[in-house]
Design a protein. Structure first.
Length: 177
């Protein structure tokens, strides 16, 4: 294969560019450490994905420990399909360090509906972990199977009984138009 037709997994520079571009455009990555796969919101900064969690009101980061590795998969923002996967080195950033401040600066712009607004970064420093997921090696080829898994148990639900008054309210709305 010549350079013009090399696949991302075979051309390290092309693979790195694909990882970076996909991660910058997607607000969600799938991460598998020693625990189950998790969908995590992130911010791409300085050549790595950064995530915050494990504190009250923040996303859980099970199986992600400082010095370990994780498998990261980036999905398409519009179609939701798998774009690229890579192995990441996990590094926990020290609160207040220069790297932590830079990562948190990017992350706070991506955090939606924070209960404490401007004080959120102080809370992250006290109660949460900020992890850097830096790509190691090249991107990996996609597996032949779908990797579909049963969703993790959660108390969240979208199915509830229809309120008794709803059919009447809907009929009344049609008569007016």
């Amino acid at each position: 294969m010549n350079d013009a037709t090399a696949r991302p997994a075979e051309d390290p520079l092309l693979g790195r560019a694909l990882v970076e571009e996909a991660a910058k455009k997607s607000g969600l990555i799938w991460v598998r450490g020693s625990g189950p796969d998790r969908a995590l919101w992130h911010a791409w900064h300085d050549g790595a994905a950064h995530v915050v969690g494990d504190g009250p009101g923040e996303q859980p980061l099970p199986g992600l420990a400082d010095g370990s590795t994780a498998e990261v998969t980036v999905r398409s923002k519009d179609k939701g399909g798998r774009l690229v996967s890579w192995t990441a080195e996990v590094t926990e950033l020290t609160p207040g360090s220069e790297a932590w401040e830079a990562a948190v600066g990017e992350l706070k712009g991506k955090r939606l509906n924070a209960p404490d607004g401007e004080r959120m970064t102080e809370r992250w420093g006290r109660e949460c972990r900020v992890l850097r997921l830096e790509p190691r090696g090249s991107s990996t080829d996609h597996p032949a199977d779908s990797l579909a898994a049963v969703p993790l148990p959660t108390p969240a639900t979208t199915r509830r009984p229809v309120p008794a008054a709803l059919p009447r309210l809907l009929r009344r709305g049609r008569k007016r138009h």
